[in-house]
Design a binder for this molecule. Sequence first.
Ligand code: URA
Length: 202
Amino acid sequence: MKFTSLVKLNTYYNDTCECELKNTAKQAVFGNGNPKARVVFIGEAPGKKEDETGVPFVGAAGKFLTEMLQSIKMDRTDVYITNTVKYRPPENRDPTPTEKQQCRAWLVAELNYIKPDVIVFLGRHALNSFFPELSISDAHGKIIDTKKYKNTENTSVITELKTTHFLPLYHPAAALYNGGMRATLLKDFKQIPKILKKLSGK
Ligand code: URA
């Protein structure tokens, strides 16, 4: 389906999405940021603050994400930030495979509307939505080599998405209070400007 704006896309999927989390969440949390972004970040699911405000990554993890963006001289208006599921799971539990599947068409539509140069997976839920066999602890900080998937069963990611570059990172909430992981995430984050530069041929 073709949409003339992200607002129309989000409204359509919010109306038609059959995700069971809709019954308990206060509202949908749409992706937020620049529709022409070169980088899209995908998190896990809205938390309490996000459910209240309708904006992704506005709690403690979001503050840390904003700081990391500043560390690479970017801000939230340069990028687009969304989640694998658009409704808060009760008690902040993990989204189930069914719930992720129910929100998946929405996420794919958003990604293909924006067509960013790089998709950054924040944590294992986002990574495994597209690369179920990869583990975040092995894959973080390195661009995924999609050539490997050309002749395997997992070709969906390269046929389904227009973007071809994917960077897995630890989730900011997991790294927030873990010194080692925090340092790794800050270091991995620096890959983003390098990848963008390389893709612009500079
Ligand atoms: N806030 C979000 O919007 N997503 C997360 O994954 C965590 C916090």
